[in-house]
Design a protein around this ligand. Structure first.
Ligand code: NAD
Length: 503
């Protein structure tokens, strides 16, 4: 069967089970149980017991075990990459890149947890000068993680690694399109960390299994996926006031300014838009190029895109779409772009799951291809007067996940990056922020809220705990009914001396 003839992978299922199939061949990758609310609750109960043991290990104990886990991933990288290739459809080399990034994040999270979260003294201030004040970040207990299929290792591990390093146990519901990868990650954990095997568990199933996880009494629900599902997750979590982290979709733009290195910008735009078949939340979907560089940029991009070939062999630039339904979304966006006056410069065909690398020009801002997340190997390029207009159009979108700026002027590029309405921006490259473990990752607006990665990502999976300890007693206690009547006047005088001089 050709690539173009495949049906939707995760659709077929017997009672109580579902199959995951290879996007490239249709071959069954695995059969998995559709776990119900009872199964999910049992997993969360086991996780709660494991969470206590995991927290008791302290930062050092957790750090050595997280190191053992990342060692396991590093040693078995080709085995895992092969599974990602089969189940998700992306080239083996791209799977290795994804796993390498994950290992790096695991290392950073394990190494920095104590410094970021551990107990620290803070200044008690004037009113509590006789007390010691302590701040620490405590684990939430069990964190539920619901993940997508597009980066089946890197994306969920962005929550899992940081939640574990912060001292939580995790119950992970992988996408129904990539359950085998999720199960592999949990089995590798059990092998690498045999003394706390239930600190990372996987439950498999469709949307209902995810909904059950929202209602299973977890301390926080970390969701990565689309905005419509995110709304359903929030509604379910609201029933029990379970806090949520929302990592949602994007419509990321690249701004190419007058003084940009046009060839470098084109190269980055093509990778940012087409790698992983465009199924990247932080993929570049729109480019705004200034009048001065537009023609040269379009020429550079189209030449590079003509050299790309989708397929399933090792030399293919990217694979088939993981979900057949996503190819339909791409087709709708292409049709809408053309119907509203846009022009296809290269590509434009969708055959089954295979989308040709496509460049669209002169597409109106109101078109779905510019407004909505396409999640395919397509790119719109729009001519703008200057970088200010580019920024205005970039920021007009409801999404705000990430983006890129190309300019040779450091000050100008940094200014544009700061004013871009997004959680992350790369200057003179694309997607780089995701590979810097110290940097937070998360969106604005329809792209969600909360942060994974970095110090913010560690704190995301904790609750701040404040403690004061009285060191010495004072003759006058202001917070006692025994205080003398004159105490408040004395306090007001001190306040006047310390703060009253500020005007
Ligand atoms: P999706 O929303 O269809 O599914 C995500 C997960 O939610 C799956 O595991 C699914 O089974 C589960 N789910 C479905 N219905 C549910 C319900 N009612 N309650 C609880 N869980 C439910 O998304 P997808 O197609 O798997 O992923 C693609 C989307 O994810 C894109 O929009 C992409 O941009 C986004 N994404 C965002 C990030 C980020 O970090 N911001 C990263 C990767 C992908």
């Amino acid at each position: 069967m050709s690539l173009a003839e495949q049906g939707d992978g995760a659709g077929s299922r017997a009672a109580g089970t579902f199959e995951s199939t290879a996007p490239a061949s249709g071959a069954v990758v695995g059969v998995f149980p559709v776990q119900d609310a009872e199964d999910v609750r049992a997993a969360v109960d086991r996780a709660r017991v494991a969470a206590a043991a995991w927290a008791d290990l302290g930062f050092d104990g957790r750090r050595t075990r997280l190191a053992a886990y990342r060692g396991c991933l590093a040693r078995r990288v080709h085995e895992l990459a092969d599974l990602v290739h089969r189940e998700n459809g992306k080239p083996h080399a791209d799977a290795i890149l994804e796993i390498t990034l994950t290992v790096d994040h695991l290392a950073w999270a394990g190494a920095h947890a104590r410094k970021v979260l551990g107990p620290r003294r803070v200044r008690p201030g004037l009113l509590a000068a006789n007390h010691a004040a302590w701040l620490e970040y405590q684990p939430l207990g069990v964190v539920g993680v619901i993940g997508p299929w597009n980066y089946p290792v890197f994306t969920p591990m962005g929550s899992i690694a940081y939640a574990l390093a912060a001292g939580n146990a995790v119950v992970f519901k992988p996408s129904e399109h990539t359950p085998a990868v999720g199960v592999w990650l949990a089995e590798a954990w059990r092998a690498a960390v045999p003394d706390v095997p239930d600190a990372l568990q996987v439950v498999t199933g469709l949307g209902d299994t995810g909904a059950a996880l929202c209602r299973a009494g977890v301390g926080k629900l970390a969701f990565t996926g689309s905005a419509p599902t995110g709304r359903r997750v929030m509604a379910a979590c609201a029933e029990t006031l379970t806090p949520v982290l929302m990592e949602l979709g994007g419509k990321d733009a690249m701004i190419v300014d007058d003084d940009a290195d046009v060839a470098a910008a084109a190269d980055a735009a093509v990778w940012g838009a087409m790698s992983n078949a465009g199924q990247t939340c932080i993929g570049i979907e729109r480019v705004y190029a200034t009048e001065r560089v537009y023609d040269a940029f379009v020429a550079e991009v189209t030449e590079r895109v003509r050299g790309l070939r989708p397929g399933t062999d090792d030399d293919a630039a990217y694979g088939p779409m993981t979900m057949a339904a996503q190819a339909d979304v791409v087709r709708r966006h292409l049709d809408d772009a053309v119907a509203s006056g846009g022009r296809i410069a290269v590509g434009g065909t969708v055959e089954g799951r295979v989308v040709a690398p496509t460049v669209l020009l002169e597409v109106p801002e109101t078109s779905a291809a510019v407004r909505e997340e396409t999640f395919g190997p397509t790119l719109t390029i729009t001519r703008v007067r200057d970088a200010e207009e580019a920024l205005e159009r970039t920021n007009a979108n409801a999404h705000g996940l990430a983006g890129a700026v190309f300019s040779r002027s450091r000050a100008r590029a940094m200014d544009l990056a700061r004013r871009m309405r997004s959680g992350m921006t790369s200057v003179n490259s694309v997607l780089t922020f995701a590979s810097v473990p110290a940097l937070p990752f998360g969106g604005v607006g329809e792209s969600g809220f909360g942060r994974i990665h970095g110090e913010d990502g560690l704190r995301e999976f904790t609750r701040a705990k404040a403690i004061t300890r009285q060191r010495v007693t004072l003759p006058v206690d202001l917070m006692s009914f025994t205080r003398p009547a004159a105490a408040a006047d004395a306090l007001a005088r001190v306040m006047g001396l310390v703060h009253g001089r500020h005007r």
